[in-house]
Design a protein around this ligand. Structure first.
Ligand code: PNS
Length: 160
């Protein structure tokens, strides 16, 4: 039984994230999506909201679950008994930082990080850009799942 941990901020989850989660669901026995609860980053959605959005998006895969975490990622790896950490890579620019994280996590716990290249269709996609486009009233359909698009519109309307 191989368990993969897919960590991230997911503020909010995008179709790029779901593409990586989908591929993990096909490759591994169990997939745990780990949502970093990092209030210092002032997320638009609280950690519990991001977990709920991901759970709604992931009901089609019965081996995928989501949870939030505080503190070090390697502690979650230990708590859930994950075998590998999986991260998506959009471009070379992601690689430098992700390599640093992967090597630190390896140093801290011996856990291996595997990288999955994102589908080229989503290469330009990021949660920050989606929030920016949505905040100016741009179309976000096709970039995020429908439940996330709804939640984003509601949250941004509340903030106005
Ligand atoms: O969506 P992101 O911003 O790529 O996610 C980055 C995240 C949350 C996976 C990373 O910052 C992280 O693992 N944070 C937890 C704190 C930690 O373990 N820091 C040391 C990692 S080397």
């Amino acid at each position: 039984m191989i368990t993969a941990l897919v960590p991230g901020s997911f503020d909010p989850p995008t179709n790029g994230h779901l593409d990586i989660i989908e591929r993990c669901a096909g490759l591994f026995d169990r997939v745990v999506v780990a949502v970093a609860n990092n209030p210092a980053k002032s997320p638009l959605f609280g950690a519990a909201e991001r977990v709920a959005l991901l759970e709604e998006c992931c009901t089609r895969w019965d081996n995928v679950s989501a949870r939030s975490f505080d503190g070090l990622l390697v502690e979650v790896v230990r708590r859930v008994g994950a075998d590998v950490i999986v991260k998506g890579l959009r471009a070379v620019t992601d690689f430098e930082y992700e390599l640093q994280l992967a090597q630190m996590n390896r140093h801290l716990s011996g856990t291996v990080t595997l990288f999955i290249p994102t589908n080229a269709e989503f290469g330009y996609l990021s949660s920050s850009l989606v929030k920016e486009v949505a905040s100016f009233g741009g179309a976000i359909e096709g970039l995020v799942p429908p439940n996330v698009a709804r939640a984003l519109k509601e949250r941004l309307a509340d903030e106005r």
